[in-house]
Each structure stands twice: as structure tokens, then as C-alpha cells.
Write a protein that binds this ligand. Structure first.
Ligand code: GDG
Length: 448
């Protein structure tokens, strides 16, 4: 079988397995186990200048080839154009999008540097799979260097309607660059329709025909086992004891303004204000590990959430009950799986999300005999696969409060039936299927 080359902004550290392994590494695990592979991308380290020669090392059949980013490139490419312009635009948040020509140039420069560093390492029959919004121009840069290999691209975040996307300066260039890819994957049919429309309007009708939806999933069974096993661990037991039989609501999100956390906290506050019977009978744990902490908007969000926590706990806490427990440190994956299993409600209310794997993990973690209820934003890509979830508009705190009340008072029969409606696709459409489907299209059904 030919080699698979994965290109992603962040390359996982093979020494960090399990608890801290990145989501993409987990999703690609099966594809990488079955064939010779290379991971190529940023090392996560910042140097004076962006490196030109990658550092290479092997772990089993996987070669890791990474580049350090120069300080200025990190600022322009990563913080600037990728996180400051593209991320908000792709999440429908034009008002938060900032543009500068220097950032845009840095984005192009790093994509060109990645392509220049990777090209000499490539074999003629490699399949190349580039991931996410950091790499729109990467395939075009490889083509400029004469690379003829099959190159696929997968966008993990949403793609908004063309008119919105094209408000971003230089958007047409990004669309023209995307046309260099043989397969352009997105999460949902809505994203695919938006991207096709934008490509056609930009005169890239041929590329539009290469856009397909491949909803990403998780491997449900190992996560279920992790959750079951976690219940016997000391850390989980201590947490359970601390709840004193109160119903648990759980939220797990990177601390990001797309995840709708202030609105969600407000919704929980509304639950306690309007549905008084839940006071002192429910505890909400929000795990929100800090991400992109060096970007101003993320620091502002953190301050806003600190205020919400103070407001809610200040208004409703009792000497032996804190209604909202909030932590900005990451929790180890096995422990998190156990917390999800214990939770009567999984609260997942992003304002926009490409997919949202937490929603699927929450379902996988449940005990099928006595499952909890998923309260899910109608703007998460995962909606199509989770028909048993209680859907909410994440901008309406009252709707969140009403859904929480409904979930907390739902009888076991309805909980089981809603859970089964969600579990079917979570079990069937896992990470393996996602890789197989994407690579099947990229490589032609016969080689997949
Ligand atoms: C992007 C897209 C798309 C979170 N906190 C902890 C922790 N996590 C894990 C979750 C989950 C992952 O991180 C987050 O994945 P999501 O899909 O929810 O969201 P993004 O990070 O925004 O991911 C998204 C995804 O790419 C895949 O294509 O679904 O739409 O935005 O696995 O469990 N894991 C641990 N401790 C934590 O504290 N161990």
C-alpha cells in the first residue's frame, strides 16, 4: 500500500498518548496503523526564523517531520490570519474578524514554506491529506512546485454562505487555491452547499464538483469502555461523593468564543431563576481548558466567564452547594469519560461548530439502560447524526433553561429511546469510517 502523508498545522507528539493526544491523532489512528505514514507540520515550537529543513524522526511505521515557526510567522500566520481572520469568518462571526495585509502575507509565506520543506520528502505515489483552515493554499503551493500526487483537504470547521465568506479580503484567492486539491472535504451537507456555491461564484465550477461532506465521528466502543472503567477509579468516586446525589450537568469545551459559553451560563442561571425546584438538586460542571490564551478575544472571554461564575454562584450557592463548578484546566480523557457517564445531561451549545465531538462522546459514554440526555445546539454539525438530542438555539438562554428542565425531569423510557436514536449513528459512523470514506474518494474505491 502506498504511503499516507498527513499535513496539519500541529503534529502530535507520539510520546503524548491517550489523555493528551490531539483529536485528529485519535481520529486518524486506524488509518495510520494500517500503512506506512508521515505526519508533517508545525512542531509547536517558536524559533527566531521559520525552519527550512524539517526535523525528522520515526516511531514505528510513522515518520514525523516538523518545522519550528519563526516568531513573526507565528504572529502573522497563526495568531493573525488563521485565528484572527479565518476562524471567526468561518464561524459566521464577521464582526470579530480582523484583517491585515501583513497577516495575510504571513499566512501565504508559511504555507509556501511548508510546501517547500515537504516536497523533497515526497514519493511519487504518496497520498497527501492536508487538514483544516490553516492550509487553504498548501495544495496550490505544492502544485506550483510540480507535485503531481493526489492531494486531499479536509476542513474541520464550518464553511459559511459564500457572501459571508467573501467579505473576508482576499477570499477569492483562497477559493482559487482550494481548487488545487483533488478532494475537498467538509463536515456537513450545508457546508458542502455553501462551499460549492462560493467556488462556482468564483469561477471554480470544476472544483465545486470535488467538494464532498464527510462527517467526522469517534470510535464509540473504546470510549464506552473508558467511561465504564472510569467509574471504579478513585478520582471518579471522589467526584461522585462530592455531588451528594445531585443530578449532574456536564459541559466540555475548549475555551473558545464559538462554543457559546456565556449564553450557556446565562441559560443555566435562567434554569435556577425560573425552575426553582432544581435549586440545590443539580450541579453543573463546565470543563473549559484554555486555548489560544495569547489572543486578546480569548482573554476577554475568560474574564466574562469568571464574572458569570461569580454571579451564578453568588446568587444561588448554599453553604454546602455550589451550583456551577468551572475549571479551565484540562481533565485526563479517561476521567472525563467517567464524568460524562455520570452526567444526567450533556450540555453542548456552540454558536457554530464544524461537528462537535463532545456531543458524540457524551452519547458513547452513557449507560444504555439509564442514559442521560443530550441538549444540543442546532448549529453544531453533529445535529444531523443525533436525532434524539433536545435541540436549542444557543443564543436563547430561556430555551436552554427550558431544555435543561425537560432533560432533568425526563422519564427513563424517553431517555432510553432518545439515546438509542443518537447511538445508532455514533456507533456506526466512527472515525474509522470517516477516514475510509475520505481516502476512498481520494484514492479511488479500489485502493481504499
Ligand atoms: C474542531 C472543530 C470538530 C476538551 N476538553 C478536554 C478534552 N477535550 C476534547 C473533547 C473532544 C475534543 O477535545 C474537542 O473536539 P470538538 O469537536 O468538540 O471541538 P474542537 O476542538 O473545536 O475541534 C469541531 C473537530 O475539530 C473535529 O473535526 O468537531 O467542530 O471546531 O474530543 O473531549 N479532552 C481532555 N481533557 C479536556 O479537558 N482529555
Amino acid at each position: 500500500m502506498n504511503r499516507l502523508v498527513i499535513v496539519a498545522n500541529r503534529v502530535p507528539n507520539p510520546r503524548e498518548r491517550g489523555a493528551t493526544a490531539g483529536g485528529l491523532a485519535v481520529a486518524l489512528k486506524d488509518a495510520l496503523a494500517r500503512r506506512e505514514a508521515m505526519w508533517f507540520g508545525w512542531s509547536g515550537q517558536i524559533a527566531e526564523q521559520t525552519a527550512t529543513d524539517p526535523t525528522e524522526f520515526k516511531a514505528g511505521r510513522i515518520t514525523y517531520a516538523t518545522l519550528d515557526l519563526g516568531r513573526e510567522d507565528y504572529r502573522r500566520f497563526y495568531q493573525g490570519f488563521a485565528n484572527g481572520s479565518l476562524w471567526p469568518t468561518l464561524h459566521y462571526r464577521l464582526g470579530l474578524s480582523q484583517f491585515s495585509r501583513e497577516d495575510h502575507a504571513g499566512y501565504g509565506r508559511v504555507n509556501a514554506a511548508f510546501a517547500t520543506a515537504l516536497a523533497p520528502l515526497l514519493r511519487p505515489d504518496d497520498s497527501i491529506w492536508a487538514h483544516d483552515f490553516h492550509l487553504f493554499p498548501f495544495g496550490a503551493e505544492l502544485r506550483r512546485l510540480g507535485c503531481k500526487q493526489r492531494i486531499g483537504f479536509f476542513l474541520h470547521v464550518p464553511f459559511p454562505p459564500g457572501g459571508l465568506f467573501c467579505a473576508l479580503p482576499r477570499a477569492e484567492e483562497l477559493l482559487a487555491d482550494l481548487a488545487a486539491y483533488d478532494v475537498i472535504g467538509v463536515q456537513t451537507e450545508d457546508d458542502a452547499a455553501n462551499l460549492r456555491g462560493a467556488l462556482i461564484a468564483a469561477g471554480q465550477a470544476e472544483a465545486a464538483a470535488r467538494v464532498h461532506a464527510f462527517p467526522i465521528g469517534i470510535e464509540a466502543e473504546p470510549f464506552t469502555i473508558l467511561a465504564e472503567k472510569a467509574l471504579t477509579k478513585r478520582e471518579t468516586e471522589r467526584f461522585r461523593t462530592s455531588l451528594v446525589d445531585r443530578a449532574l450537568i456536564i459541559g466540555v469545551d475548549r475555551l473558545d468564543y464559538t462554543k457559546g459559553l456565556p449564553q450557556r451560563f446565562c441559560g443555566y442561571g435562567q434554569l435556577l431563576a425560573r425552575f426553582k425546584g432544581h435549586r440545590s438538586k443539580v450541579t453543573y460542571l463546565q470543563v473549559a481548558p484554555v486555548s489560544r490564551g495569547d489572543v486578546a478575544q480569548y482573554r476577554a472571554l475568560r474574564r466574562e466567564l469568571d464574572e458569570w461564575v461569580g454571579r451564578i454562584n453568588g446568587a444561588y450557592a448554599e453553604p454546602d452547594w455550589a451550583p456551577l463548578r468551572y475549571m479551565t484546566r484540562a481533565v485526563a480523557r479517561p476521567v472525563l469519560a467517567g464524568f460524562m457517564r455520570m452526567a444526567r445531561v450533556g450540555l453542548v451549545t456552540p454558536l457554530r461548530d464544524g461537528m462537535n465531538l463532545v456531543a458524540k462522546e457524551y452519547i458513547a459514554a452513557q449507560n444504555p439502560d439509564d442514559p442521560g440526555v443530550l441538549v444540543l445546539s442546532r448549529f453544531a454539525g453533529a445535529v444531523a447524526q443525533l436525532p434524539g438530542a433536545l435541540l436549542v438555539n444557543p443564543l436563547d438562554p430561556d430555551e436552554i433553561a427550558e431544555a435543561l428542565d425537560q432533560a432533568l425531569t425526563m422519564n427513563r423510557g424517553e431517555r432510553r429511546s432518545r439515546f438509542e436514536d443518537c447511538a445508532v449513528s455514533v456507533r456506526r459512523d466512527g472515525a474509522k469510517a470517516w477516514c475510509r470514506d475520505f481516502l476512498g474518494v481520494l484514492e479511488g474505491a479500489n485502493d481504499a
